[in-house]
Design a protein around this ligand. Structure first.
Ligand code: B12
Length: 243
């Protein structure tokens, strides 16, 4: 009978040596990523993410690793166990990774267009970047417009290119008024205007604010939101074709 080799404990030294012959547990990877970020060690962080992406899907890596790692960093930043420099380093690292993944994912020039961006004033862009990436990987045409969208410019763009959907992210309650203002201006556009979809941390912590925004709120896992958005696009597309 063959004796199974013992499962090797995965150490940071393995990752630093670029040893991929290990079993990747995302909780362990999160700890090692945090250790790498604390040392501003980009090369180990990149090795860790390359290993993860060779085993897990991009959606799993975002949902089960990147988001929880950033939430943990937020907690550590709040209680002062890491500096703001570490937080900036980590968010810059993931922003770069997600941007690269977005640009190497095959994109289409045809079909209904979805615009994804942050609310006016809003700088937290990892979640909308993930959403843009998930949508693109689901075969949807996406334009990602980044942090703090300028409302007047966005309205002009909507008139020019007639997107089917606008997805806006909000993390900071201070920008709720600007989000409501933008949503109202979009709802006042002549038909056919795009669906206005919004989400983000503000509505997780303060769900009573959801009815104040004239639009469709999506919460929960991004993978589920992506499927809901796909259905909305398909319905609008088929009703357009039947006219
Ligand atoms: C990284 C970070 C930053 C970075 C952002 C860099 C970047 N390029 O994105 C920088 C340094 C810019 C930053 C700045 C600030 N930040 Co900050 N930041 C964070 C941190 C640590 C992580 C954010 C993140 O990426 N999370 C991971 C993403 C993937 O998850 P998520 O945002 O929770 O989104 C999930 C859902 O809500 C959903 N979702 C989000 N948007 C949308 C949209 C749609 C359409 C859908 C369907 C779903 C969806 O998808 C995600 C997955 O489930 C958080 C801590 C935390 N708990 O998140 C603080 C945090 C959000 N920041 C905070 C604060 C206070 C600030 C500053 C005001 C600090 C300051 N004094 O300057 C500024 C504000 C800047 C601004 N104008 O917006 C507070 C907010 C508290 C509050 N309620 O007001 C937090 C919670 C930190 C804390 N614990 O105090 N920050």
């Amino acid at each position: 009978t063959q004796v199974q080799p013992p499962v090797k404990e995965w150490s940071l030294a393995d990752a630093e040596r670029g040893n991929y012959q290990v079993i990747l547990n995302l909780r362990t990877v999160q700890e090692h990523l945090l250790a790498a970020f604390k040392k501003f060690d980009e090369s180990t962080a990149s090795t860790l993410m390359a290993s993860v992406l060779s085993i897990y899907t991009i959606e799993q890596a975002c949902t089960d690793l990147i988001a929880p790692t950033m939430w943990q960093i937020g907690k550590m930043w709040e209680v002062g166990t890491i500096t703001v420099s570490v937080e900036h380093f980590a968010s810059g690292f993931f922003r770069g990774l997600l941007t690269n993944l977005l640009h190497v994912s095959p994109s289409s020039n045809a079909g209904p267009l979805v615009i994804v961006c942050c609310a006016p004033g809003e700088a937290h862009e990892l979640a909308p970047l993930m959403l843009a990436l998930f949508l693109r990987r689901a075969g949807i045409r996406v334009a990602y417009l980044g942090q703090s969208i300028e409302a007047a410019g966005l309205l002009q763009t909507i008139k020019q290119i007639a997107p089917t959907l606008i997805c806006v992210s909000l993390s900071i309650p201070a920008y709720l008024a600007t989000l409501i203002d933008l949503a109202r201006q979009i709802q006042e556009l002549p038909l056919p205007r795009p669906f206005f979809v919004f989400g983000g941390q503000v509505f997780v912590h303060y769900p009573h604010l959801i009815p104040q925004v004239p639009g469709i709120h999506l919460g929960g896992e991004l993978k589920k939101s992506t499927a809901q958005l796909q259905r909305m696009i398909a319905e609008r597309d088929s009703s357009k074709r039947s006219k």
